[in-house]
Design a protein around this ligand. Structure first.
Ligand code: FES
Ligand code: FES
Length: 154
């Protein structure tokens, strides 16, 4: 076990973990941040996505030791003072979830895209969602959320 200082959602958190432990286990089992989901565990479904230094990254394989010193944002860190961020709001308004297992990863991916892209467009948003699988087939509703988001000038 090693001690790690992780910058998560704007706060420094100290955790004890095996350096080889994937970040998602630290988030969920050590820090109680249950928003990122463990799906495939093989970097193939997108459910475990978080933002690290502004970039969408998958947390199911990459180890906790890779994230020390990086600014990590999880789905729990997106709302400010109780206000959903625009992506969360668009998903809610469009009813873009069924079971919700994939939703956190998709919201994270779109948030990272919008924060990085000065002139976001539909194609870019859809590219950001590539690799995010939804077993419920909520894709049409997700597309509606994307269109709402872009129409609102996100
Ligand atoms: S759980 Fe990480 S990509 Fe599927
Ligand atoms: S809403 Fe169930 S997996 Fe996407």
């Amino acid at each position: 076990m090693n001690a790690f200082l992780l910058n998560i959602n704007g706060a420094v958190r100290k955790v004890e973990a095996d350096p080889a432990m994937p970040l998602i286990y630290v988030l969920r089992n050590r820090l109680g941040l249950m928003g990122a989901k463990l799906g495939c565990g093989l970097e193939q479904c997108g459910a475990c996505a978080v933002i690290a230094d502004g970039e969408r990254v998958l947390s199911c394989v990459r180890t906790v030791s890779e994230f020390e010193g990086r600014a990590i944002t999880t789905i729990e860190g997106l709302a400010e003072e109780g206000e959903l961020n625009p992506v969360q709001r668009a998903f809610l308004d469009a009813g873009a979830a069924q079971c919700g297992y994939c939703t956190s990863g998709m919201v994270i991916a779109l948030t990272a895209y919008l924060e990085a892209e000065e002139h976001p467009d539909r194609r870019g948003a859809l590219e950001a969602l590539e690799g995010h699988l939804c077993r419920c087939g909520a894709h049409a509703d997700v597309l509606r959320a994307v269109d709402r988001l872009l129409a609102d000038g996100a």
